[in-house]
Design a protein around this ligand. Structure first.
Ligand SMILES: C[S@@+](CC[C@H](N)C(=O)[O-])C[C@H]1O[C@@H](n2cnc3c(N)ncnc32)[C@H](O)[C@@H]1O
Length: 213
């Protein structure tokens, strides 16, 4: 039996939590952009989502520097939304330079500005642990996803075999303020059928591919 692990409780003051993270992203945006480009493992983790993306209409929630979105945008009718205004401007510029037509806007995962059942796939990487209200975030993504649509998430969890390096990495994310959750009850609550695979970080980075029933 794997060792028992403890997950992080959601903050009481959700606005304060989001604003604190947002201030941090604004400060580090340029460095983050360079880091994603030069860190081979980060790019590898993000790119594991690509084979699972089905079109024609794709939304990436919380694209950050936009590295992943720029890899597939030209193949689909692509939409992107992120809370951080600096990331939004950075990505709009990158896509304009590439001449790729997309709908990129600023907004909150908790109130997505799209119709019900609008997307064939939703992509979400290294961001769910930055949301203060997991049920609200999941509920909105579920709402805008078509039946049989794919929700593809990459994020931090504990390694299945509880190996010490993986455990250390997961605990480091928690120490940095991320809300590492047990995703299984959330997927079940919204009746998603899903897979959960370790893709890196000694088992601390997971790829979830969920289908809306
Ligand atoms: C750790 S970054 C991940 C960025 C990118 N997906 C990646 O994998 O490199 C977390 C992202 O979540 C975004 N974010 C945080 N809270 C959000 C919210 N409530 N709604 C939408 N995006 C949010 C941040 O602005 C940031 O871009």
């Amino acid at each position: 039996m794997p060792k028992e692990v403890s997950y992080v409780s959601e903050p009481k003051n959700k606005t304060q939590f989001t604003e604190k993270f947002n201030k941090f992203y604004t400060t580090v945006a340029q460095v983050y952009d360079i880091a994603v480009k030069i860190l081979p493992f980060w790019k590898r983790w993000l790119k594991t989502t690509i084979p699972h993306i089905q079109g024609p209409r794709v939304l990436e929630v919380s694209f950050g520097t936009g590295y992943l979105l720029t890899q597939y945008a030209a193949q689909f009718e692509t939409y992107g939304i992120d809370y951080n205004a600096k990331f939004v401007t950075m990505l709009q510029k990158k896509l304009a330079q590439k001449g790729v037509s997309t709908d990129i806007r600023q907004g909150d995962v908790e109130s997505l500005p799209y119709e019900d059942e609008f997307f064939d796939s939703i992509v979400n990487t290294m961001a769910f642990t930055a949301y203060p209200d997991g049920v609200k975030a999941m509920s909105e993504m579920h709402r805008v996803l078509k039946t049989r649509g794919k929700l593809v998430i990459v994020d931090i969890d504990y390694p299945f075999n509880r190996n010490s390096l993986g455990m250390l990495i997961t605990k480091a994310w928690i120490a940095g303020g991320d809300i590492v959750r047990d995703m299984a009850p959330l997927f079940r609550q919204f009746n998603f059928e899903y897979t959960d695979d370790e893709i890196g970080g000694f088992g601390s980075v997971h790829l979830y591919v969920a289908e809306k029933k």
